[in-house]
Design a protein around this ligand. Structure first.
Ligand code: HEC
Length: 127
């Protein structure tokens, strides 16, 4: 009976933790050094930013907001962490691997070029 009850609690609370747990950046600790140091081949090039913006609107905005301002349950990407703490390489690693247990899908099926373009777009939001 008690086991049943605790199983029920786990089933109820685990998804709640996934949905309401604020992003804490713990994914950054998993990025290997050689990925951390990767640099985008496009940097701040205007055409890469424009292409990245289109990819973002298509693939990311329903979770992260039209202008990356975040939604109720998903973090903004204009944050100090994404803009300043994370390197381009860190973001690339996250896009390839995702962080599924916290609700961030992997984008490994997108061509590498598109991943770097979306990173150019994200980094262009730095204020
Ligand atoms: C299904 C919803 C969903 C989609 C679609 C999605 N994300 Fe996420 N994303 C999340 C969640 C949830 C997190 C928080 C993960 C965590 O807690 O570490 C996250 C985290 C991130 C982070 C790290 C934020 C931080 O503060 O640590 C970045 C960067 C990011 N997403 C970029 C993207 C990009 C770029 C796309 C589109 C290619 C995308 N995401 C699509 C749900 C989504």
């Amino acid at each position: 009976m008690i086991r049943r009850l605790s199983l029920a609690l786990v089933l109820v609370l685990a998804p709640a933790a996934v949905m309401f747990g604020a992003a804490d950046g713990s994914w950054m600790r998993n990025v290997p050094a050689r990925d951390h140091e990767k640099v985008s081949p496009y940097g701040g090039q205007d055409d890469a930013i424009a292409a990245g913006r289109r990819i973002f609107v298509d693939r990311c905005s329903h979770c992260h907001g039209e202008d990356a301002e975040g939604t109720k349950k998903r973090p903004p990407l204009k944050s100090e962490r994404v803009q300043h703490q994370a390197t381009e390489g860190d973001l690339h690693w996250l896009l390839v691997n995702g962080n599924m247990k916290k609700g961030m899908p992997s984008w490994a099926r997108l061509p590498d070029q598109q991943l770097w373009q979306v990173i150019s777009y994200l980094k262009s939001l730095r204020q």
